[in-house]
Design a protein around this ligand. Structure first.
Ligand code: 5RP
Length: 236
């Protein structure tokens, strides 16, 4: 690796490419969101262009994935048109030792959970900084909420022991608006001892669309690492 290279970027690229290499011709592919998955989308497109890969259809999880897939020449379809998703590739903000995830750093976790959980094989692509012993240690938990329900949802989250904050836009005044036109509330929990239970409890609050806990969905995690100055990919 060259001295000037950004190691995180290098890890993301390696792991995105490794995931793209696993896609087989004839597959319907869930296309995740974020900077790591962007590399996977790029390399799937490059494999299609070179003829190494044929007859792929992508199902995007966000406007970002749609734009990238179009840029790299990946034909797109929808959940109405297909009866299966063979493989989904997506990033994560945290991964625990049981392969449970926090997602939603890009505010796309609602569509991501639909697509990723329908896939026969869900491959998570992360750099090594995303691995944690316990979910919630480094990242706030994103919750997508209908705008008119923001205040009661925040109060309900406080009653559960969470500290909610409305996600605000960068280079956009006011709150972040999801691809579905909703708000994102990021929640700090002191401890997430039981992700499966918390996932259900949060989704049961009226006005909550979906939260970023992905429990029991992941099949494979590909982790980009730098070992002896060389990028490598480890699988769990
Ligand atoms: C978007 C997500 C992303 O997959 C997650 O935020 C990871 O992004 P990146 O690969 O840019 O670190 O969940 O909602």
């Amino acid at each position: 690796m060259s001295a000037s290279a950004d190691p995180v970027k290098v890890m993301k690229e390696q792991v995105g490419k490794a995931a793209a290499d696993r896609v087989k011709s004839g597959s319907i592919v869930g296309l995740g969101t974020g900077s790591t998955t962007a590399y996977a989308i790029q390399y799937i497109g490059e494999r299609l262009k070179s003829g190494d890969l044929k007859d792929i259809q992508g199902i995007p999880t966000s406007f970002q994935a749609t734009v990238l897939a179009k840029e790299y020449g990946i034909p797109l379809t929808t959940l109405d048109e297909v009866d299966r998703i063979d493989v989904a590739i997506d990033g994560a903000d945290e991964v625990d030792p049981n392969k449970n995830l926090i997602k939603g750093g890009g505010a796309a976790h609602t569509r991501e959970k639909i697509v990723d959980s329908l896939a026969e094989e869900f491959i998570v692509v992360v750099d090594s900084s995303k691995m944690v012993d316990r979910l919630g240690s480094t990242f706030l938990l994103p919750v997508e909420v209908l705008p008119m329900a923001m205040t009661p949802v925040m109060k309900a989250i406080e009653k559960l022991g969470g500290q909610p904050q409305l996600r605000m836009g960068v280079k956009k005044a006011g709150p972040v608006i999801s691809d579905q036109g909703n708000f994102i509330i990021d929640v700090k929990f002191d401890r997430i001892d039981n992700p499966a239970e918390l996932e259900k409890t949060l989704n049961n609050i009226p006005g909550v669309l979906e939260n970023g806990l992905f429990v029991g969905v992941t099949d494979v995690v590909l982790i980009g690492e730098i070992k002896e100055n060389q990028p490598t990919v480890r699988e769990i």
